[in-house]
Design a binder for this molecule. Sequence first.
Ligand code: SF4
Length: 197
Amino acid sequence: MTTLRPVLRQALKTYEKNRQLRKIAQASALVESRGYMKWTRVEDTIEFARLMNYRKIGIACCIGLKREGAILASILRRNGFQVISTICKTGAVPKEKVGVKDAEKLRPGQFEAMCNPVAQAMLLDACGAELNIMVGLCVGHDALFCRTSKAPVTTLIAKDRVLCHNPVASIYNHQSYYRQRLYDNHLSNIWKSSPSS
Ligand code: SF4
């Protein structure tokens, strides 16, 4: 029988050995207790950054949410942080560079810049960001950003084009409005095709 106890022990040891992870865990617990039912997520993020003594904050922004990213940047600056931001289309690299076929683009036959979360993470790291905040990066692009960023990453806005960036609405409605889409046709159709290597 497989037991997961060794994994749990290993996780505890990781907190003991890795000071940075332990500090993040402590700061997160403080944000939870001090701000419980009082602070919004933006305030949680500011207080977390303060507890961690971060000075420089990176914003990884989707181009579609650049206004929201700019407002966030001004709030952070007013709270004493230095802010660096990058937009997802940075570098203006054609999608074909990562193997997307012309027919698979939003508008076949036209130039389309790929979203470049790997470059976003590298640029923010190169500028010395100590904490990166994702603003509207979509599914997959957010995974690439988290995987590449050396600085810790937190999400402020999760992209959901249909639900005004409130993805939990489909979970709350999984037995009602979204039942058929979530459990029946929709996903099985998507799983029929996967990206080529
Ligand atoms: S692909 Fe994602 S990250 Fe890029 S512009 Fe569109 S929504 Fe923004």
